[in-house]
Design a binder for this molecule. Sequence first.
Ligand code: LLP
Length: 383
Amino acid sequence: MFSQNRITLFQNQPTPFYVYDLGLLDQTLAACTAASKSSNFHVHYALKANSNHEILSRILNSNLGADCVSGNEVKRALETGFAPTEIVFAGVGKTDAEMLLALANDIFCFNCESLPELEVLAQLANGLNRKARVALRINPNVQANTHHYITTGLEENKFGINIHELPEVLECLNKFPQIELIGIHFHIGSQIMDMNVFKSLCTRVNEIQEWFASRRINLQIINVGGGLGIDYYDVDNNLIPDFKTYFDIFSKFLTVRPGQQVHFELGRALVAQCGSLMSRVLYIKKGVNTNFAILDAGMTELIRPALYQAYHKIQNLTPSPLASNLRYDVVGPVCESSDCFGKALDLPELKRGDLIAIRSAGAYGEVMASNYNLREREKSIYL
Ligand code: LLP
């Protein structure tokens, strides 16, 4: 929750804006580091969740690596000061220019998702007279029990190399001396709350590792991706995710061979809870069955509710004189019916000018903002 001092500070800021609690970010990073301190575990932060400079420099100071999915994310990581040896580059559609940039900077590893991509990477590496270290992203066909838009590890998804394609991929790799196979990579989805899913992933990865071992292929890196979820409902009681349970599952269930490193690519779990989108009520409009509270922030600032029916806790930071709650649909100003943060919510009475916090918005919030309707891009403040 926000202290009165912070609320007073917000009163003078034009809305909408994002606010980040860097103290909470530091505590979250410390908890992650403490829980992953096993010498063969290493976390790369997924920049796609939030790539603001202030956030990235804290992450760099915590000795995490960087997981990038575009040439610009690789550039951002380098500008922030991440060493090339700490950068991995993933993505199903890397362009030639992006791969050239990453090769020229000799990043640690490309997570490759298809045979055609490997062919192009080999050609480009050859042209630069460089070697590309590669982890094969394998689609393990494991159900992540999360929203279908953020499920990535099933055969029906566009991601990764299917297991039946592996013999052909290995055969081709033998023809590409520019490519050094160093590991295998998985990512089955995001906002995973059911820890059993990670156990199933371990079981599957163990089987797949056997397949490589039986062909005498030595893998230095097992990258299990990201996906650890956060509590969007009981936010203040769960500001820091349960990193211990998460890493313990991998310690217990993943078979790690001598000399192997286990890599993780966490995004949301590290940054979601430290960010809130702040907004003001513009109008209260009477509907037939509900009241509409129309905010000055909308899907342009935070698209998750419109895109995934995602829940974000909404709090009125302005005290209400009424003791009982009223029912509202809390909506944004954009000309789309999906521009809605929550339907039939029971909230203390809202009035024009009230300051509203939309919580747990530090991950996939600002990075997914747009200026649809030619709206101004929001500002950010750091506490
Ligand atoms: N590694 C790979 C290969 C990924 O595709 C992702 C996320 C991550 C790591 C980080 O996952 P995390 O730890 O943050 O769950 N915009 C959606 C989430 C999309 C996630 C895409 N991939 C949302 O707002 O829920």
